[in-house]
Design a binder for this molecule. Structure first.
Ligand code: SAM
Ligand code: SF4
Length: 333
């Protein structure tokens, strides 16, 4: 393992999350600000050639896992051409994609041979609520996208659910039931504050409350932590008859139990800014280096500079709210 991408606190960075667009075909309330967002112009975004070059340099320096995200990655025209190019980089072990699944049924045939893992985001099974939360009537397309992944045999599918008190916390058991017969890891994510996303302490349902709700119907059996350093994972056994779920549930307690000490992530925004921490406004301009004839070493140096200033941990929620940083859709989760 290369020791190049190590920060001041000894954390080795092996995971790069790349946003390929800031645009999206949904309008999730918790992700986008209320007022109209100004999209980046096409020429502001990194080209596929630039993304491929940067990713190769990062993989040579020790990145082993890349996740494509956005905005909605499948909303970027031609993404099916980029995916095989990233997957073919020597040294890369895992190529993952996070998607809202709206376009998945249509795009999956072209990309499935190259994508090792998918995370699908879905916060409700109710059509009206889906429309309220996302601004679009697309629940049926999302469910078809999930079905398409299961038909293709993905055994490691993750379903990301942002839990918001008073909004979708009445559906936690429905999500657990969804994992009963399917090889799906449902992951409940604590609602995080970003500029303009209507976060409040009152909407945060902490991990302990999520567990209490699930325990009404299930016995939760902890799965050892190695599976993922960021989520606490559990197998589910139905209390009424002992039925063992095929899938599992996980809780990502970014707010009530942050996992900063084991963070191995770096992020690159769609316009080529390297962000060492999701919750810090720090960003480092890689596009400028790329477009002014920078060498591979110059590009690697931008990563090293970002790592050199990566904070030890993220600030408390109130401080995060006060920071005039990017909104989630511009970072990529
Ligand atoms: N469009 C894709 C999707 O929705 O999966 C990828 C981008 S989205 C920004 C990545 C992830 O961030 C999604 O799982 C989404 O639920 C999560 N996310 C967005 N805003 C969030 C917030 N305020 N708190 C917690 N998770 C959030
Ligand atoms: Fe789009 Fe994903 Fe943000 Fe929803 S969470 S608005 S689907 S980028």
């Amino acid at each position: 393992m290369s020791t190049t991408l190590v920060d001041r606190f000894g954390r080795q960075h092996t995971y790069l999350r790349i946003s390929v667009t800031d645009r999206c075909n949904l309008r999730c309330l918790y992700c986008m600000p209320g007022e109209d967002i100004v999209w980046k112009r096409r020429e502001e975004l990194l080209t596929f050639e630039e993304i491929e070059r940067v990713t190769k340099i990062a993989v040579d320096a020790g990145i082993r896992k890349v996740r494509l995200t956005g905005g909605e990655p499948f909303a970027r025209a031609g993404i099916e051409k980029l995916i095989p190019r990233i997957k073919s980089l020597l040294g890369l072990e895992t190529l993952a994609v996070t998607t809202n699944a709206v376009l998945l049924k249509e795009k999956l045939p072209a990309v499935h041979p190259f994508v090792d893992a998918f995370n699908v985001s879905l916060d409700t099974f109710k059509r009206d609520k889906f429309r309220e939360l996302t601004g679009r009537d697309k629940l049926a397309e999302v469910m078809e996208g999930i079905e398409a992944l299961l038909i293709r045999g993905y055994q490691n599918l993750k379903l990301n659910v942002v839990v918001m008190k008073g909004i979708n916390d009445d559906e936690l058991l429905d999500f657990a039931r969804f994992a009963e017969e399917r090889p799906i890891a449902v992951r409940f994510i604590e609602f995080m504050p970003f500029a303009g996303n209507q976060w409040s302490q009152g909407k945060l349902l902490p991990m302990a409350d999520i567990v209490r709700e699930l325990e009404k119907e299930y016995q939760l059996q902890a799965i050892p932590e190695e599976r993922s350093p960021i989520s606490r994972d559990f197998r589910l056994a139905r209390k009424r008859d002992g039925f063992q779920s095929r899938g599992s549930i996980g809780i990502i307690a970014s707010m009530s139990a942050p996992f900063c000490s084991s963070c191995s992530r770096l992020r690159m925004t769609a316009e080529g800014k390297i962000m060492p921490c999701l919750h810090s406004p720090l960003e480092f301009d890689l596009r400028k280096v790329l477009r002014s004839g920078g060498s591979d070493v110059d590009i690697l140096n931008v990563f090293l500079q970002a790592l050199g200033e990566k904070p030890e941990e993220h600030p408390p929620a109130e401080e995060m709210m006060a920071q005039a940083g990017r909104v989630m859709i511009q970072i990529g989760g």
